[in-house]
Design a protein around this ligand. Structure first.
Ligand code: HC1
Ligand code: SF4
Length: 572
């Protein structure tokens, strides 16, 4: 333990801890911009400079370690002036169209400018060229807004291991770009959108698809069906000022209905369907011993990674489409038939916490009878904007209920959005099938939580089944390396492309980097685990509407018809 004084307050800290971290614990706020906890701790922007007694120069608090007896000042005239100058320089090289910027009011640079009372920017930009790249179906890059903090570079390299972005050129010409300033479509970009989440300003965003959805709603000839991913309900409220970890399922449904969608359905229904298809696929592979471990295929960021960076494992992937794609295929066949609607006149909109879902929906394989399963994907942030554009006072809405039957789901489906959720949901069903009885308890706590790789062995029908869960593609790669080297043998593996799973996907509300005292992945996941416990049915195969769908239409899990509609293939 180390004792130090920060702004006259006695603070106890751990050996090796940074001054910034020690100050935070004492509720002393030091401004930061390039700092992203445990990801980008490089002291580059120098906004967090502090005055440490005995040090000749001002030191960046995010990288300077505490020591016993240290005396730190974080707010003096000299520091305020220095920070103000740094901000003015940053602003002078930044496109200042704040009013029309999509990050207006969620921009960390704007917040700092306000905090430091910057009313004029005295310098003009001397940066000459900028890049606007909107070729990717998922991510748009605009370097005119980039502040060179490096947060996106660190996430892409160190958390996702995709290494697409870097600093290029020198001095005043420095930019953050892919090598040779290529378009993202010419790189290994997996469309995960984690760089968007890391960006403090408006230099990175999703490719917007709101207008497509508005146009469909406005067209009286079109039957517009919306589905919401499991992870939307745990985060949408943040866009309306509600605390992180607020469950807004009912308000979300009411808002969607008010916006004019013909039917408000739930991807959760299709998550149950996925468990049926993937669960039986696992049972088949366990029997044949082929292509083990079976690896989940619902996260398109992970699928992109596997195809580009780990093609060796393509045969291990489940052939299941992801739930929202399955949902689209069922709407345009079963639902269309049952309700006597021409599938050509149906528009399926998916609300997803994920930017890679946009590229997934555009894949040619994800079609049925020449029609796309899903016609447009909007992110949680885009949905929030559309709700605001509709003049809806979200926080005053009463709770609505999803439409039937494609809005009914089990607790197993509800947890899909958290890392480990798909694995747990699958085990609930597979255990019952193998054991031929209603197994209790239904919870598999070993696969919950935010540890990078989680492992367990479960005994099913007298057989030991080794399972593993990885989230974030870097952790997935580490797991694959161990499998490849023969160090580990698994039967079933869940991979989600983003750290934390879908709850922290690239399309979710931005969380200011200064919030470091809670783990957003944990808080948002809690909502889904709660949603699970309040469902009457907690296992996918017990969802009565899933049972009905098989009886009336799909015949049996992995039937020929199920394969045609609900399965796909992957290629390097
Ligand atoms: Fe996900 Fe999935 S859980 S991939 O994370 O399998 O995006 O939420 O919708 O499709 O159900 C995302 C979330 C989502 C699919 C499901
Ligand atoms: Fe890197 Fe993902 Fe951003 Fe692509 S979307 S640049 S892979 S962080």
């Amino acid at each position: 333990k180390v004792q130090l004084t920060i702004d006259g307050i006695k603070v106890e800290a751990k050996q090796g801890e940074s001054v910034l971290s020690a100050a935070k614990r004492a509720d002393i706020h030091i401004p930061t911009l390039c700092y992203l906890k445990e990801t980008n701790e490089i002291g580059a922007c120098r906004l967090c400079i502090v005055d440490i007694e005995g040090q000749r120069n001002l030191q960046p608090a995010c990288v300077f370690p505490v020591s016993d007896g240290m005396n730190v000042k974080t707010s003096t005239n000299q520091l305020r002036k220095a920070r103000k100058n740094i901000l003015k320089l940053l602003l002078s090289n930044h496109d200042r169209e704040c009013l029309s910027c999509f990050r207006n009011k969620s921009c960390e640079l704007q917040d700092l400018a306000e905090e430091f009372n910057i009313d004029k920017v005295p310098f003009e930009s001397n940066r000459e060229s900028h890049t606007y790249d909107d070729n990717s179906p998922s991510v748009v890059r605009d370097t005119s807004k980039c502040v060179l903090c490096g947060r996106c570079i660190s996430v892409c390299r160190d958390v996702q291991k995709t290494d697409v972005l870097d600093f290029t050129n020198r001095g005043i010409d420095t930019q953050v770009t892919p090598a040779f300033n290529a378009s993202l479509t010419e790189t290994n970009c997996i469309s995960c959108g984690q760089c968007i989440m890391a960006c403090p300003v408006g230099a990175l965003k999703e490719k917007e698809d709101m207008q497509k959805v508005w146009d469909a709603i406005e067209d009286d000839d079109i039957h517009v069906v919306v589905q919401t991913a499991p992870a939307i309900r745990t985060a949408l409220g943040e866009e309306f000022g509600l605390p992180i970890g607020t469950r807004v399922t009912g308000k979300m449904v009411t808002a969607l209905r008010r916006m004019g969608f013909s039917k408000v359905f739930d991807t959760n229904f299709a998550a149950d369907l996925t468990i049926m298809e993937e669960g039986y696929e696992l049972l088949n592979r366990l029997e044949s011993g082929e292509n083990l471990p079976l690896i989940t295929s619902c996260s398109p960021g992970w699928i992109n990674y596997c195809e580009i960076m780990a093609p060796k494992f393509i045969d291990n992937l489940s052939s299941c489409k992801s739930p929202h794609q399955m949902f689209g295929a069922i709407v345009k066949t079963y639902y269309a038939e049952k309700n006597n609607i021409d599938p050509n006149k149906i528009f399926v909109a998916s609300v997803m916490p994920c930017t890679a879902k946009k590229s997934e929906a555009a894949r040619e394989e994800n079609q049925v009878n020449g029609l796309r399963d899903v016609d447009a994907v909007i992110t949680t942030r885009e949905l929030a904007k559309m709700i605001k554009q509709s003049g809806i006072d979200f926080n005053k809405l009463s709770d609505g209920e999803f439409d039937n039957p494609l809005g009914e789901y089990s607790g197993a489906a509800a947890i899909f959005g958290a890392t480990g959720g798909v694995m747990e949901a699958a085990l609930r069903t597979v255990a019952d099938v193998i054991e031929e009885k209603d197994m209790d308890p239904v919870e598999y706590k070993e696969v919950r939580g935010i540890k990078g790789v989680k492992e367990a062995t479960v005994n099913l029908g007298g057989k030991e089944i080794n399972i593993a869960v990885a989230h974030g593609t870097k952790m997935a790669q580490e797991l694959l390396d161990k499998i490849d080297a023969g160090e580990k043998q698994y039967h079933f593996v869940e991979v989600m492309g983003c750290s934390g799973g879908c709850v922290t996907g690239g399309g979710q509300p931005h969380v200011p980097s200064k919030i470091t005292d809670i783990d957003v992945r944990v808080e948002r996941a809690k909502v889904l685990y709660k949603e699970d416990t309040i469902q009457k049915v907690r296992k996918s195969h017990e969802n009565p509407f899933i049972q009905k769908l098989y009886k009336e239409f799909l015949e049996a899990p992995n039937s020929e018809k199920a394969h045609k509609l609900l399965h796909t293939h992957f290629a390097p």
